[in-house]
Design a protein around this ligand. Structure first.
Ligand code: C2E
Ligand code: CA
Ligand code: CA
Length: 726
């Protein structure tokens, strides 16, 4: 086998397509792989020229790599990529044959003659379709990567193994404010950290190179030095043991962090607000509770007496109303403490209050389902007793009295308290709470009038007299307004001579036959007595003036004064002023008082009387023999006369106890007091009283009370004449 044959055999066996042309472009070699590839048999192509092989490959005539070895042709070279012309004259490049759907890499090598002329060009091709595929895949990947890289909202740096930037995306430039040129070739740490903080960044870079991966959030700075909060991920890529570079990815989380912070602070604020709300809720609750407590207190006080903490009148009305509406039977016991005013005056109000509290407490202890205690006001308490049998009521009243007598202890001192009570029964005495309260008050009033430490059941007689009182009161009011009063004068004679020595002024209501015995007490209770008394005084003094003015010589007029007048410490001034006003000598005025005026205000009363006596006004003690008639009074009272009450006279004379009268008169005389006897109606009485030594006499036997014009006819008259004649 010669050398050529050997070579041909080798070429023939080559797994890759192989052909050759001579310098004229004629095909001289076409191996089996070429036949297989082109489906053109060797015998059909060998010896062909004029680009016939290019038609096989490309469907038309054009220079192939083989022609390009012979002759450069820039246009033709463009069909190849990675086209390369080597120094040995060979060319290589890659191309694609659509006709055969063949990607291949080819190399054309010239074969030179000894003179350097090319005689053949050998062309070897290699199927690179699979490489092409990979390349395409790689390119696609690259494009994708590029798109990702370029369009990522995160700033991305590509760094080489020395941590030097060789690529950078738009977002990085935008985030950090650099241009591309300013970044390429720089260390990222120089770009995103100010100089003084660079060591800190370097630290992270070192960690990155140690661990090939970092992920952290920290401050980084823009070109202008503005701080940004960024999430930094650094990735180092290795190929085997070799570092080939890496990425740094920056996500700007400033806004997110700010929002997060904002959210956190909003959360905190919200929490604070909630806390505050909870607190104010608590506060509100506390306030509400306080208000409720207050309301309860108000509610409590609405029906309780704040001083003694027992039920008040409102509660009484409420309970009594229910009792009445439910047709229950029972009683109201109203009691008023005796002499409570004195306790207050002597021991002080605090002491008095303590007594009230104790009584309330004790009464409260006595409470049962049958009895309830109420404060009725002042020193008045009321008990609602579910008992209508008078005996049972009495039993209960006794219990109250015992309790008062024994159990009121203040400052470890026992106080013997008594009370006066009125009792009313329901429905027996009334069917409405108002009616019952009025009636129980009337019963109490009656009990009080008769003395202390006692109780009265209400009866209809009380009601009648109460009504009469009301009528009288109304009448008095009208009479006062219209000056419908008048005065009658009753002469008082001197026993020895029978001559009229004075007149007693006695009040009458014009056109009415209601006696002063009836209306004076009413006037005293209602307070009318004060203007009324002054009116009588003035009228009497005026009358004297009138008589004097017409040239008469009137005897003194005596005027009755109620104890109430002595509460007015200036009453003596009124009297003397009126005397002065009408220019009436004071010896022409006498006043009659009763011993009641000494019950209270004793000191004041005595000094008033003394002042009157100093002025020459005669003072008589009226109604002697009624009431207490303590002889003791006579020893210290500044008096001129005593008037024996007509009742006394009736009792003593008619029962022939004249001796008593005689000694009474003698006693008065012993005290330098003159004696007037009232109510002389018969000659017998006259004689007896004359014998008993009475200095003056007054009575129907001599004259009834008469009008002023009648009275003046009796001046200086002897009224005994007719008796002796008769
Ligand atoms: P008194 O001060 O004891 O007045 C005497 C009363 O005895 C008068 O009744 C008089 O009319 C009556 N009287 C006189 N002689 C007899 C008699 O022989 N037999 C009987 N049965 N009665 C006789 P009067 O005028 O009805 O007055 C009653 C009381 O009213 C008086 O009792 C006096 O306490 C009071 N009073 C009358 N006028 C006034 C007044 O101006 N002021 C005050 N404070 N009280 C007056
Ligand atoms: Ca009198
Ligand atoms: Ca009298």
């Amino acid at each position: 086998m010669n050398g050529l044959n050997f070579l041909e055999k080798i070429i023939e066996m080559l797994p890759d397509p192989f052909y050759a042309i001579d310098c004229d472009g004629k095909v001289v070699l076409w191996n089996a792989s070429m036949e297989k590839l082109t489906k053109v048999a060797k015998k059909d192509i060998i010896g062909q020229s004029d680009y016939s092989h290019s038609i096989i490959f490309y469907g038309h005539k054009r220079p192939t790599l083989a022609e390009l070895v012979l002759k450069s042709d820039e246009e033709a070279e463009k069909f190849y990529y990675r086209f390369n012309r080597n120094p040995d004259g060979s060319v290589e490049g890659e191309t694609y044959s659509p006709k055969m759907d063949y990607h291949y890499w080819g190399k054309a090598v010239p074969i030179f003659e000894d003179d350097g002329k090319i005689i053949y060009v050998l062309v070897l091709s290699k199927d690179v379709s699979f490489i092409k595929g990979i390349q395409e895949q790689q390119e696609e990947l690259l494009k994708r990567y590029e798109a990702l890289f370029m369009n990522s909202p995160d700033g991305i740096l590509c760094i080489d193994e020395n941590h030097i930037i060789f690529d950078v995306n738009e977002s990085f430039l935008k985030i950090f404010g650099y241009t591309r040129d300013e970044c390429i070739g720089r260390d990222p740490d120089d770009l995103v950290m100010p100089l003084h903080l660079k060591p800190k960044a370097k630290e992270m870079t070192n960690i990155l190179f140690e661990k090939f991966m970092v992920d952290f959030e920290d401050l980084r700075y823009t070109k202008k030095g503005m701080p940004l909060i960024v999430n930094v991920r650094g990735i180092i890529i290795r190929s085997g043991d070799k570092l080939i570079g890496g990425f740094a990815i920056y996500t700007d989380v400033t806004e997110k962090t700010k929002n997060k912070e904002k959210l956190e602070s909003t959360n905190k604020e919200l929490e604070a607000t909630i806390k505050q709300l909870m607190e104010s809720k608590e506060e509100l609750r506390a306030q509400y509770e306080e208000i409720q407590k207050y309301a309860e207190k108000v509610e409590y006080l609405a029906v309780h007496d704040p001083q003694t903490m027992i039920y008040n009148r409102l509660k009484l009305s409420e309970i009594a109303l229910t009792e009445i509406n439910e047709n229950k039977r029972g009683a109201l016991i109203l009691f008023d403490l005796d002499d409570f005013k004195t306790i207050n005056d002597i021991f002080g109000h605090a002491y008095g209050d303590e007594i009230l509290k104790q009584i309330a407490g004790n009464m409260k202890c006595m409470e049962s389902d049958k009895s309830i205690i109420f404060r009725h006001g002042g020193d008045e308490f009321l008990i609602l007793l579910r008992e209508e049998d008078p005996e049972k009521i009495r039993e209960h009243v006794e219990k109250i009295r015992n309790c008062l007598r024994e159990n009121v202890i203040v400052d470890s001192v026992g106080n013997r308290i008594t009370a006066t009570m009125g009792i009313v029964r329901y429905p027996h005495d009334g069917e409405s709470i108002d009616e019952l309260l009025i009636k129980v008050d009337i019963a109490l009033g009656n009990a009080k009038k008769s003395g202390k430490d006692r109780y009265f059941f209400f009866n209809e007689k009380m009601m009648k007299s109460f009504n009469t009182r009301i009528n009288i009161e109304n009448m008095l009011r009208r009479a006062l307004e219209n000056e419908e009063f008048t005065i009658l004068y009753q002469p008082i004679i001197k026993t020895e001579t029978g001559k009229v020595t004075s007149f007693e002024a006695l009040l009458r209501i014009k056109g009415s036959n209601i006696s002063p015995d009836e209306f004076i007490p009413v006037a005293e209770d209602s307070g009318f007595i004060l203007p009324l008394g002054k009116w009588v005084l003035k009228e009497a003094i005026k009358q004297i003036r009138t008589w004097m003015d017409i040239g008469l010589q009137p005897p003194p007029i005596s005027v009755n004064l109620s104890p109430k007048h002595f509460y007015d410490v200036h009453i003596d001034e009124y009297i003397t002023d009126t005397l002065t006003e009408f220019d009436v000598p004071s010896h022409l005025l006498e006043i009659e008082i009763t011993e009641n005026i000494f019950a209270e205000n004793r000191y004041e009363t005595i000094s008033i009387l003394n002042r009157l006596k100093e002025k020459g006004i005669i003072v008589s003690l009226d109604d002697f023999g009624t009431g207490y008639s303590s002889l003791n009074y006579l020893t210290f009272m500044p008096l001129d006369k005593i008037k024996l009450d007509k009742s006394l006279m009736v009792r003593l004379i008619r029962s022939d106890s004249v001796m008593v009268l005689e000694s009474l008169v003698a006693l008065a005389h012993g005290l330098n007091l003159e004696v007037v006897t009232e109510g002389i109606e018969t000659k017998d009485e006259f004689i007896k009283m004359k014998n008993a030594g009475s200095d003056y006499l007054q009575g129907f036997l001599f004259s009834k009370p008469i009008a002023f014009d009648e009275a003046e006819k009796l001046f200086n008259k002897n009224l005994l004449g007719f008796i002796y004649q008769g």
